[in-house]
Design a protein around this ligand. Structure first.
Ligand code: G1P
Length: 899
């Protein structure tokens, strides 16, 4: 039997003895702030933000180290004690022996259930944990059943250590901050309200109350309390052998106050008797609030068993309904897997990159790339809000084409970087256009390009190379004109600035400079001379796309020209001879950035759209040719690939170095995706990638071959062991973008190989050791790590919807052009997808009666609700914007026959 099994088609899964696998954790969250990670022995943590941790913050290595889990103990009359999660010294010792108890974990979107047989006590326990979507409280519901043939008298204790402070105090001020704690026992549990919080803002008076409450199924509250760690574990005791439980220490009564100690949400319920087969339930609530009254009402609400059940069902349904994309292929495991992948973008939005145990970086804020990537998946699942988000996000662009990197709460709230050290990631300007293009394709709202938006302003100017000394707080974070008013420009103008400035910021090989890094954050040591060939290819494609959008604006709105900031004229010089001249390019960029050091004059010039489009196409074409001529490495008849980077010494990264092959995947993805690589070159690239990068058993395509050197002239990635993270792991995000690129170019078989291997390895629990979903990367031994929070999920979903199932928007029209392989249809030759488009739900069923593969079939008939759809000469079925608008907001079925 497989160790991990799906139970139905909602993604719900189950595994046996989950505690035998290290580093497993599961996300739970509300939509109003509380975020938890929970492990199979109920470890993990829970917090609202960096400053407000209810449970002690954990990194992945704390998961086996910490004993401070959410625990619940049961003791019988003979003094035998067990933990419902197996977190006792004795149960740990029984692990991997014949005495190990049976346990099973079942989970679905945002809920987890742990079943365990407590063999010493003859009890069966079931613990369900979830967070209601509108309350900042984690609910643990425990059901204890007597499996003995005789009645048993038992005592139960809840035991949850309360950290109650900032994650920064995990070491710094750890002890001192416990002295801030003001702990009190109430009738229902324990509340901790520290007097102050010590964090990077300085010492602040604190208002947060951290609490643990408990009820039995009849609403009875605890009998006695152990409000401090010391009182619960006792002298010399530990969390896995607490003396309060093992030696029945007496606790304190309700309405007690204890100051200045490490706090503990521990209490004992009244003794109870269970006859044979009888069950009893307990509810434990752990949460954070600012108001005692609302803690009281939370307690009252969830002390009722019926309400807990009801809200659990609501929570399950709510998150299920959020994932509005559903796939049906011939492989139900894969379809279930996709439920998790499509759910992951929600997790990334809630948890950012910082709040699960493999935390990537940061203190909770989201990065610039994440902002735009979140919009990609939202466009496919919750499109209504996205236009507004996109418009607001453009407020983060600076006039020099760089952007804010500190992102505040709420849309369009960007903060000044005050540390004076600026980092420019050269890929940042790329993502807004990719997202805006998808938005326009999905909605047809090309007018968004004309929306007026402000620009971001802080002291960083001239693309992060110098500071504007005249800027201060009073100026604010919006760019001003000479007359002091806030300067605004169209979104098109923002996109032009982002793309034109980059074109001139080249290194000695006339390739875009790498600066602080590109998408690969770990290429961060070649600021001076490093160049990113990979992303130069990406920008060449973007310039083409931008030109196409400008043409679309012209044709759809009958607009002939636009107004843009006068200074941009400098970047639009028609003399194409400049393109080959690195020195001239620098002069032009310098002249432009000098014009926007502090205020801009604010004058606009009118430019015909056709002229703009032509200007961009010339630049894109030059880039393409330059890349093809200078960066292609033709290894032999069969193999070849693109160089990816130049290091700080100006040396290319890729090639054959005395028999040692250097190949990086990133440098292939963008030339393929952006039509730099020819079809013939793609064939050579895929052959080379299969030869040098592909390892089926660990997820597929690695990010690079082993350079076997610590390249301190390129980036920290070369300091990582080979096969870890950005140094040659199977890094899901780039692998998915590789697949996406291949699909775009019609290489469906090769694209599917990349996607499928990722899915297969993720689902091969014995190798990946993760719950279903796509991890950030697979290590050299195939273990999936940095699970859940990765941009790979958005791209995986996007690729499945728009490329594999071919459900694409074209300026608001719905176009259907599947690239499914024969193996992706079920035994009846059917494959289907349910997805949103134009505010409506569509179930699109592809019928492939002769089981043909991509390339062999064409669309022979297509109908929506029984009405025939048009089919183009090149075998695309489509529904025009106008026809879509006439459909009601119900769900609709489209049937397509492939012959
Ligand atoms: C992580 C980072 C992302 C970076 C990438 C590669 O994300 O969050 O900013 O671009 O690694 O270094 P992921 O690709 O998992 O979304």
């Amino acid at each position: 039997m497989k160790p991990l099994r799906f139970k139905n088609d909602t993604g719900e899964f189950t595994i046996q003895q989950p505690e035998n696998i290290s580093s497993l954790y599961f996300p739970l969250a509300s939509e109003v702030g509380l975020k938890s990670a929970i492990t199979p022995n109920l470890g993990g943590d829970s917090k609202i933000n960096q400053e407000t941790f209810l449970l002690e913050p954990v990194s992945v290595d704390n998961l086996h180290n910490n004993r401070s889990t959410r625990n619940f103990w049961i003791r019988n009359q003979d003094g035998t004690v067990e933990s419902i999660s197996g977190a006792s010294a004795q149960q740990e010792a029984d692990k991997f022996t014949d005495n190990q108890e049976d346990s099973q974990l079942t989970a679905g979107l945002m809920w987890q259930k742990l079943d365990r047989q407590l063999s010493r006590l003859n009890l069966k326990v079931e613990t369900t944990t979830f967070i209601p979507r509108e309350d900042n409280v984690e609910i643990m519901q425990i059901s204890v059943t007597n499996t003995a043939d005789v009645a048993q008298e038992l005592t139960a204790y809840a035991a949850i250590p309360i950290f109650g402070r900032s994650a920064d105090n995990i070491r710094d001020h750890r002890n001192v901050t416990s002295m801030l704690h003001r702990i009190k026992t109430t009738k229902t549990g324990i509340e901790v309200c520290p007097t102050m919080s010590f964090d990077e803002r300085g010492h602040q008076l604190n208002q947060e109350i951290y609490y643990v409450l408990g009820f039995d199924e009849d609403g009875n509250t605890p009998q006695e309390f152990y409000p401090t760690v010391e009182s619960f574990i006792g002298e010399g005791g530990s969390f896995i052998h607490p003396r309060a439980v093992y030696q029945s220490y007496e606790g304190v009564s309700s309405d007690n106050q204890i100051d200045g100690r490490e706090a503990m949400g521990a209490f004992r319920f009244d003794n109870f008797t269970l006859s044979a087969g009888e069950s009893k339930r307990f509810t434990i609530l752990l949460g954070i609030d600012r108001n005692e009254d609302s803690i009281k009402s939370i307690g009252e609400k969830y002390s009722k068993l019926g309400i807990v059940q009801e809200v659990l069902e609501e929570t399950k349904q709510y998150w299920q309904d959020k994932v509005t994309v559903d796939f049906k292929t011939g492989d139900s495991n894969f379809d279930n897997y996709m439920k998790w992948v499509c759910f992951q973008p929600f997790l990334r939005r809630i948890f950012g990159c910082s709040f699960l145990p493999h935390h990537d970086y940061g203190r909770g804020g989201r990065g610039w790339r994440d902002l735009w990537q979140d919009c990609l998946s939202l466009l496919l699942m919750e499109p209504s809000q996205v236009g507004h988000m996109i418009v607001n996000n453009f407020k983060g662009v600076r006039l020099d084409g760089t952007n804010a990197t500190i992102i505040g709460d709420g849309d369009g709230n960007f903060l000044a970087d005050r540390n004076g050290i600026s980092r420019v990631w050269m890929d940042h300007a790329l993502w807004p256009l990719i997202t805006t293009k998808l938005y326009i394709d999905q909605t047809g709202d090309v007018d968004i390009l004309t929306k007026q938006v402000s620009y971001f302003k802080d002291p960083h100017v001239k693309r992060g190379t110098t500071l504007d000394e005249a800027w201060n707080d009073a100026y604010g974070n919006e760019q001003r004109s000479e007359d002091g008013t806030i300067y605004t420009g169209s979104i098109l103008e923002h996109l032009l600035i982002q793309h034109l400035t980059g074109f001139y910021e080249v290194g000695q090989h006339n390739i875009y400079r790498l600066r602080g890094a590109d998408w690969n954050d770990a290429l961060d040591m070649a600021n001076e001379n490093g160049e990113s060939v990979a992303f130069t290819a990406a920008y060449s494609g973007n310039l083409m796309e931008l030109a196409a959008l400008i043409r679309l604006l012209e044709s759809q709105t009958q607009t002939q020209s636009v107004e843009i900031l006068e200074e941009i004229g400098l970047l639009l010089k028609k003399d194409t001879a400049i393109y080959d001249n690195v020195g001239r390019k620098h002069q032009i960029l310098d002249a432009y950035t000098n014009q926007c050091l502090h205020n801009v004059n604010g004058r606009k010039v009118t430019i015909p759209l056709s002229e703009l489009a032509l200007n961009l196409i010339q630049k894109a074409t030059w880039l393409r040719q330059h890349l093809q001529q200078e960066e292609w490495i033709d290894l032999n008849e069969e193999e070849g690939w693109y160089n990816s980077y130049y290091d700080d010494n100006g040396r290319p990264t890729d090639g054959d170095y005395n028999g040692r092959i250097h190949m990086m995947l990133t440098g292939q993805v963008f030339p393929i995706m952006n039509f730099v690589a020819t079809d013939k070159q793609i064939q050579k690239i895929t052959r080379s990638a299969d030869h040098y990068l592909y390892r089926k058993e660990i997820g597929g395509y690695r990010l690079n071959t082993d350079f076997k050197e610590i390249k301190s002239d390129l980036g920290r990635m070369f300091g990582f062991a080979y096969g870890e993270k950005e140094n040659g792991a199977v890094f899901s995000h780039m692998t998915v973008m590789y697949a996406n690129a291949l699909y775009r170019r019609g290489f469906a078989k090769e694209g599917w190989k990349a996607l499928k291997t990722l899915a297969d390895t993720s689902l091969d629990f014995e190798t990946s050791h993760i719950f279903p979903g796509i991890p950030e990367y697979f290590r050299a031994d195939g273990r999936g790590v940095y699970h859940y929070l990765t941009g790979a999920a958005s791209w995986y979903m996007l690729t499945m919807v728009t490329e594999v199932f071919g459900v694409q928007g074209r300026a608001g029209d719905l176009v259907l052009h599947p690239k499914l392989l024969a193996e992706q249809f079920d035994e009846n030759g059917k494959a289907s997808i349910t997805t949103q488009f134009s505010g409506k739900t569509f179930q699109i069923i592809y019928d492939n009666p002769n089981h043909k593969g991509f390339g062999d079939y064409v669309i022979t008939s297509a109908e929506c609700n029984g009405i025939e759809l048009s089919i183009t000469d090149d075998s695309y079925a489509f529904l025009s914007k106008e026809k879509l608008a006439k459909l009601n907001s119900e769900s609709h079925q489209i049937n397509i026959t492939l012959q």
